[in-house]
Design a protein around this ligand. Sequence first.
Ligand code: FAD
Ligand code: UDP
Length: 374
Amino acid sequence: MKFCVVGAGFSGAVIARHLAEAAHAVVVVDERPHVGGNCHTERDAETGVMVHCYGPHIFHTAHERVWRYIQRFGNFRLYTNRVKAISGGHVYSLPVNLLTINQFFGCTMSPKAARVFIEAKADHSIVNPVSFEEQALKMVGPELYEAFFRGYTRKQWGIDPAELPASILKRLPLRFDYDDNYFSHPYQGMPEEGYTAIVRNILDVSGIETRMNCSFESISNDFDHVFYTGPIDRYFNFRIGHLAYRTLDFERFVEEGDYQGTAVVNYCDEEVPYTRITEHKYFAPWEKDGFSKTVCFREYSRSAHKKDIPYYPVRLVNDGILLDNYIEMAREQKNVSFLGRLGTYRYLDMDVTIKEALDACNVIDRALQSPEFS
Ligand code: FAD
Ligand code: UDP
């Protein structure tokens, strides 16, 4: 059997390796010059700092199987994401925790008192929040919503939080203790040599031919099966329309020494045009003191046009017919499987991407053992 995997991100790499280990020939194509997809990391030529080229990526998971899998391909170092947020001229801690609440309201509340205090602010008339705004008002009340979520979200998504699904905010915890770890998962870390080295190692097995700078559209498709991790609408040549994406612009700047003293500072006020500034040497705390210069990126979010890199799928509360139609068209494709963040048009963290790819490998094994293939 001859397989093609479109995309050399985590989704494509995990599938390709599995097929190659089962002694199948696999061609992996990616139109970028590097493997790793959006998780790509490389050393900044001027400063030597390991940079997350398509935005900061922190590995976190509750799936032990995924954690075990990824560690076969590189060493992970301890990393805890502690985000700072600037709102109304003050610096706070995110996700909203007891420090944020006490600083914002100028109090010294205990966990119990803060819980009662925030519950009194929460809008209990909202029973089943559908939109981001409803979710925020029900979770933290109007003041914290205005200070930390409304402006940032309008910049990030380009639309009012009343039109965005509640699921986007459900990603963030609300804590009544001083735990400022951005994630709650038991396994968290940062690859010592960056994500690209990990993906390169996943792909480093005999049976895989990797073709970079190569789009799927430019090769002849004589494969028995294609695993497609590119944008689902692009596969069908946008026949029934374009799915909406947000893209990011990164404004790079270099400073002597230190810039902001931490990896991520969010700018929650709408008047500030960027959403956050990331200082990448802080993503590698074990080596951060070894650089004389520091490299940072201001991150701007906007609507993606045809030639832009698609970053975030925009799923509006009342959107979905176009996507449903594409999903139906994808189901009708006999020799193509759609996977990953772009292939399924969902916001997926790296660990979920890897888990879904590993689950797909089980499905592939069952299909290959069926009488049709043996
Ligand atoms: P991708 O990494 O997008 O790979 C798809 C590849 O397919 C790309 O390399 C592309 O060039 C290639 N391709 C597409 N179409 C074609 C074609 N027609 N021909 C050839 N090649 C093609 N997750 C976390 O767990 N933690 C984080 O902190 C985190 N931060 C993030 C920050 C940002 C700004 C964004 C946007 C995402 C973040 N994620 C994070 C999510 C993470 O990026 C994804 O989970 C992961 O990249 C998905 O991998 P993938 O292989 O499905 O897709
Ligand atoms: N968000 C916000 N203010 C912040 C951080 C996040 O309003 O300071 C919102 C924003 O809409 C974002 C969502 O919460 O898309 C989820 O946050 P997360 O950090 O997971 O953002 P993402 O991974 O989407 O960049």
